[in-house]
Design a protein around this ligand. Structure first.
Ligand code: A3P
Length: 269
């Protein structure tokens, strides 16, 4: 699966291919994430914000498409039919997306360990084979095509850009309402106080889990289902103990290097 992903990656991250196909529109909203960082959650937050907590759909990708999937299927033109503001999900690097100044980007990040663990289950579910956990972590650490650190080095230098809002998965879990308010303010979406309860309810883990077929990427690809997409929705926890000591130490070392390189403040950790 990782190899298939990288093959996909090479074509879908071809900036020329992307630039030729896409016609930007003022007010476009991009949800930019490294995979398994809370993308779907933030898609749902925005869908509900834009519809005052009454957003309904058969599948989330109908209302918030995945750019690379459209690119791969030569269906970028589909974006022309969407109402403004268009809400698009992407895992592209900053230099490939090169967002227009009048677009808005919600950059969502998650602790590297939780993101890798979640990616492991995602790939296992997608490949329908049991994957070796430690081999997966090792590959995630070494891969150059599709690496958490490469992604952060590309995006985090833009975290203070006027058209970028940095949202962390951990902050969403800690205080969803505060983050929903931040996102609404940043995107200029008016918030009616009496609708906040419904928005929070629809963006809760329990609500989304109960309706997980509406979010499952495999349905957008018409594949049979096994395993769960809205899986556990945690930070830390016992699953992190599955990461071997030497891999955990290597992750910590690379993280420190990244923080020093990007001069991340303590409050940004
Ligand atoms: P886990 O696999 O750790 O459970 P993405 O949408 O980027 O693929 O991210 C998927 C991760 O976000 C999964 O993490 C999923 O459970 C979690 N997630 C999705 N909706 C959530 C919600 N409402 N609350 C908390 N976590 C959520």
């Amino acid at each position: 699966m990782a190899d298939r992903f990288s093959k996909w990656g090479r074509k879908m991250l071809d900036p020329l291919h992307w630039r030729m196909e896409f016609r930007p529109r003022p007010g476009d909203i991009f949800i930019a994430t490294y995979p398994k960082s809370g993308t779907t959650w933030v898609q749902m937050i925005l869908v509900q914000l834009l519809n005052e907590g009454r957003g309904e759909f058969d599948h989330i990708l109908q209302v918030s498409p995945y750019l690379e999937e459209l690119l791969m299927r030569n269906r970028i033109r589909h974006l022309e039919s969407l109402p403004s503001p268009r809400l698009m999900k992407t895992h592209m690097l900053y230099e490939h997306l090169r967002p227009a100044k009048d677009s808005r980007i919600i950059l969502v990040t998650r602790d590297v360990r939780d993101s890798i663990i979640s990616f492991y289950y995602h790939n296992e579910m997608a490949s329908r084979f049991r994957l070796d956990f430690n081999a997966f972590v090792e590959r995630a650490l070494r891969s150059r095509d599709n690496n958490w650190f490469t992604y952060m080095r590309s995006w985090l230098p833009h975290r203070h850009d006027d058209n970028v809002l940095w949202v962390r998965y951990e902050d969403l879990r800690e205080n969803l309402e505060a983050q929903v308010r931040r996102i609404a303010a940043f995107c200029g979406i008016p918030l009616q106080e009496e609708r906040m309860g419904d928005i929070l309810h629809k963006c809760s883990f329990a609500y989304m889990k109960e309706r997980e077929t509406k979010f499952d990427f495999r349905l957008s690809m018409y594949e049979p289902l096994e395993g769960s997409f809205i899986r556990k929705g945690g930070s830390g926890g016992s699953e992190r103990q599955r990461i071997r000591e030497e891999h955990a130490a290597e992750l910590a070392r690379q993280l420190e290097q990244l923080r020093a390189e990007l001069r991340l403040e303590d409050s940004e950790r």
